[in-house]
Design a binder for this molecule. Structure first.
Ligand code: GRF
Length: 213
């Protein structure tokens, strides 16, 4: 089994790169397109190098979020995506967009959800004196960072850690768990139903499967 995957980016695209690299040995992942809302996103070069179609949809060219999301939808659907992967896509998506892709739209968030939804997750983890921090891949719903978690990975937080050091460590974990989650989906092992994620027909626990390497 294989599925078509479209990745949405805004920046460096290191998660996109991890998925591209993984897909080289995983024929279930068919990367059919990469969309960026910024023409300057370095991730576009990564996609082009890998021979993947790219498209820039500049959000500043649209009057409303609805108009922008309608154009995104046109392009994603033209590529007949089975799965839409948000990889550092820095736009808030409309309710209509999220509904259209329910069960086939995933995101990676730099915290152990449900902790620290939203921004500045690394600084907030330090402030809260967390001993553990990490990242989570989750299905996307209308609630910001609130959809069913799929997989998470954690590191210990040390006294000397700064937001930057945590970001660097968490980023490395992202590159491990995002390709894995994509692969679970494209190989038909991962599905979402009624707000619950299932792996191999078993419900995934509410915080996501814990990655252990
Ligand atoms: C990652 O930190 C991810 O958690 C967040 O956006 C960042 C994207 O990084 N959603 P990159 O563009 O994949 O390098």
């Amino acid at each position: 089994m294989s599925k078509s995957v479209v990745v949405l980016i805004s920046g460096a695209g290191s998660n996109l790169q991890a998925i591209i690299d993984h897909a080289k040995q995983d024929s279930s992942i068919q990367l059919v397109g990469v969309i960026s809302n910024k023409a300057s996103a370095a991730g576009l070069i990564r996609a082009e190098r890998a021979g993947i179609d790219t498209c820039v949809i500049d959000h500043t060219a649209f009057d409303t979020r609805d108009d922008f999301d309608a154009e995104l939808t046109n392009q994603i659907d033209a590529w007949q995506a089975d799965l839409v992967v948000l990889a550092g896509f820095m736009r808030i998506l409309t309710r209509g967009f999220v509904k259209h892709y329910t069960g086939r739209l995933i995101n990676i968030h730099p915290s152990l959800l449900p902790k620290f939804k939203g921004t500045n997750t690394h600084a907030r983890a330090i402030e809260a004196k967390e001993t553990e921090h990490g990242c989570t891949v989750h299905f996307v719903t209308e609630e910001l960072d609130g959809g069913a978690p799929i997989i998470n990975a954690a590191i210990k937080v040390h006294k000397e850690d700064t937001p930057d050091s945590l970001q660097a460590k968490v980023h490395k974990l992202e590159h491990k768990i995002y390709p894995l989650a994509v692969s679970w989906f494209t190989s038909g092992r991962l599905i979402e139903s009624k707000g619950q994620a299932f792996l191999d027909n078993m419900p995934i626990n509410p915080n996501g499967h814990r990655y252990t390497g």
